[in-house]
Design a protein around this ligand. Structure first.
Ligand code: SF4
Length: 326
């Protein structure tokens, strides 16, 4: 059911407590594909299948795949020669690709195609003689993979507006910018404005790098925050897009809480609250949303409705290794 954002109760009646679910929420096309890559690889090659880094940043997803036979490692030297190894949705650097090739690993690349698009942009700019400014979060695997697409020094990372002034480039130097796919749309806009002010000739992506799923989920959470004093964001602490959803909720007037699952909800957060918003990061499965809704029903939120912000129809095909007849 879709509802208008207004809450409220009939005059004189007991206040209705309602859950509003953001739509869209949860899995994006890149996460769906990455999880299916692991499942299909296990079906085709048998356990163990190695996965470099958490396939997506959600501990429930990782735990389920581990039970099915996936082995998660941080570095390729933990993978026995000749094994099947899957690269996570966040992408990897050229050095990791080369190491896999050198050591004879059978690679299946689950990098999200929208992350690969950013890799291609970086390589194209560097080939054209431009230095690249990457807007992103230091230490995030997507950022490490993107920076490692080209030689060290060709890409400079900035995290905030304040970093723009410190960039060591002359205004006429050939430059381009790209961004991590899971940033805050609003924060990134401000950084890009500052970049364009200081470097008027900086080349921009043809289509913005923040992905459709990140933008849509932030748009949806803004609508939730406009009518819900509390917004619960289901997602793991290391999930970039989930953290951004909590921040967007807070900036738009709600109290936002990032929770791994229903067990993390504290009843006192909801004291005096008649309408609670619920959303889920792009790596959080719908089964966790169902459990949160059940918890809320048991605590007096008897109505559940959806608040629609965007329609999504994007799907990605599996990597060639898994499409071929097996
Ligand atoms: Fe791809 Fe965006 Fe999903 Fe990341 S959040 S996996 S970039 S669709």
């Amino acid at each position: 059911m879709t509802v208008a954002p207004e809450a409220g109760s009939e005059a004189g009646a007991a206040p209705r407590r309602r859950v509003l679910l953001a739509n869209p929420r949860g899995f994006c096309a890149g996460v769906d594909r990455a999880i299916e890559v692991v499942e299909q690889a296990l079906a085709r090659f048998g356990a163990p299948v190695f996965v470099r880094h958490e396939i997506v940043h959600n501990r429930h997803v990782v735990a389920r795949l581990r039970r099915m036979g996936a082995v998660f490692v941080e570095e390729l030297d933990q993978v026995p020669a000749g094994s099947v190894v899957i690269f996570s949705a966040h992408g990897v650097s050229r050095a990791v690709e080369e190491q896999a090739e050198r050591t004879g690993l059978q690679v299946i690349d689950a990098t999200c195609p929208l992350v690969t698009k950013v890799h291609r942009e970086i390589k194209r700019h560097v080939a054209a003689g431009r230095r690249v400014v990457l807007i992103g979060h230091r230490g995030h695997p997507e950022v490490e993979g993107a920076m490692g697409q080209v030689d060290a020094g060709a890409v400079v990372l900035i995290e905030g507006e304040e970093d723009v002034e410190a960039l060591p480039f002359a205004p006429e130097e050939p430059l381009a910018y790209v961004t991590q796919t899971t940033l805050s749309v609003d924060d990134t806009r401000a950084i890009i404005t500052a970049l364009a002010r200081r470097f008027p000739h900086i080349a921009a992506p043809k289509k913005e790098d923040i992905c459709y799923a990140t933008s849509n989920r932030q748009q949806a959470v803004k609508r939730l925050a406009a009518c819900c004093p509390v917004v619960l964001v289901i997602g793991s602490a290391n999930s970039s897009n989930s953290n951004r959803l909590r921040e967007v909720a807070e900036r738009n007037g709600a109290r936002g809480y990032l929770i791994d699952d229903a067990d993390a909800i504290r009843p006192e957060w909801l004291a005096g609250c008649d309408q609670v918003g619920v959303t889920a990061g792009a790596s959080a499965p719908e089964v966790l949303v169902d459990a949160v809704v059940d918890w809320l029903r048991r605590h007096g939120f008897s109505e559940v409705a959806e608040l629609e912000a965007a329609e999504e129809r994007i799907e990605f095909t599996l990597p060639a290794e898994l499409r071929a007849a097996g």
